[in-house]
Design a protein around this ligand. Structure first.
Ligand SMILES: [Zn+2]
Length: 335
């Protein structure tokens, strides 16, 4: 039989599940690792595999044609034995007997109640809590209760980029699997599968830093406007036009400094002539047209960028950090 489990990357988790049988599967997993590397996608495919009705030994793999798989493919339906929630989980009303998804959002109490019921399909039930956070200690405790006495046939999949944020008592009761950053080639492959053209896939992969989410943002999401603004500001500053760094706010500072660092790194390697590829492929011409920078000057600039990045984590006003960046760049061109 033809089974699918088509996931790019995630070699470690794939190896882990390939070595398991369905009987040996744990009742709770934590998928940790950077944002945008496919943790939730993997979890959904794993859920589909576990609920697929095709007879099989392996944990990973589904036929894509059974009635269970059809529910995963349907746009307007959801599988009654697969529950998914993303983000902060609230505790919910104690005495309101609300069914799953009947309210506006999923609450921890509903969840525990629902998981204690029989599955609809007579098989497993799978719960996915993506980017899991708890709105209150009570919500975390409700989940902890579940983990202490897991109902039979329930598999809980948690994902988070910050496993340290979870209670140690929760973390110690789940099997943690680490999802590494994707390679540039893997990001490009995923973007190609998502119907991006070759040039965009290549650019997105280059800017994505191993994250599909970042790649897509850089190609035209909200980040694009920030990135474009910071790029414009960067080149203007180097031309001595010295505009104020109006892009620097509490929300944008981190990402903005990251963009400046990438540009500076590209500026340094662009003229080094040792064949190192630029990250900012779309800015290659402008970067190569800049006066070469290297040696002590480059090192000093990188130190000042690191200082700015450090200050961005403190209470120093973002506009002031932006001004320090501007001065660091201006010093390089005027020296
Ligand atoms: Zn199936």
């Amino acid at each position: 039989m033809d089974l699918h489990f088509d996931i790019v990357g995630a070699q470690g988790p794939k190896r882990y599940f390939d070595a398991l049988t369905r009987e040996k599967i744990s009742h709770a997993y934590l998928f940790s690792g950077p944002s945008g590397v496919g943790k939730k996608t993997f979890a959904r495919r794993l859920a589909q595999s576990l609920l697929c009705l095709a007879p099989k030994e392996a944990v990973l793999g589904y036929d894509g044609t059974c009635s269970s798989c059809m529910l995963f493919a349907a746009r307007n339906a959801r599988h009654p034995d697969f529950l998914e929630h993303t983000g902060a989980l609230k505790i919910g009303e104690r005495d309101v007997a609300m069914g799953f998804y009947e309210g506006d959002e999923l609450h921890a109490r509903d969840l525990v109640r629902q998981l204690s019921m029989q599955s609809y399909g007579g098989g497993m039930r799978v719960l996915l809590l993506g980017d899991v956070e708890f709105a209150s200690p009570a919500a975390a405790n409700a989940l902890l209760k579940f983990l202490e006495e897991p109902p039979r046939g329930v598999v809980m999949l948690l994902t988070t980029p910050v496993p340290e944020s979870l209670l140690p008592t929760i973390r110690s009761r789940v099997v943690e699997l680490r999802f590494p950053r994707l390679s540039t080639a893997e990001v490009a492959e995923i973007l190609t599968r998502m119907q991006y053209g070759d040039a965009d896939a290549k650019l997105g992969a280059s800017l994505g830093g191993g994250s599909v989410t970042r790649a897509i943002a850089a190609l035209g999401g909200e980040d694009e406007s920030l990135r474009a603004t910071v790029i414009g500001w960067f080149f203007e500053t180097l031309r001595g036009k010295a505009p104020p760094s109006a892009w620097a706010s509490r929300e944008t500072l981190d990402e903005g400094i990251e963009t400046v660092k990438t540009l500076v790194r590209d500026w340094i390697v662009a003229n080094a002539g040792d064949g190192v590829a630029l990250v900012s492929l779309d800015q290659e011409k402008r970067l190569r047209a800049l006066r070469p920078i290297g040696g002590k000057q480059a090192a000093a600039l990188l130190v000042r960028l690191d200082e700015a990045q450090h200050l961005a984590q403190t209470n120093v006003p973002p506009a002031m950090v932006g001004e320090l960046l501007r001065m660091a760049l201006t010093t390089v061109v005027s020296s």
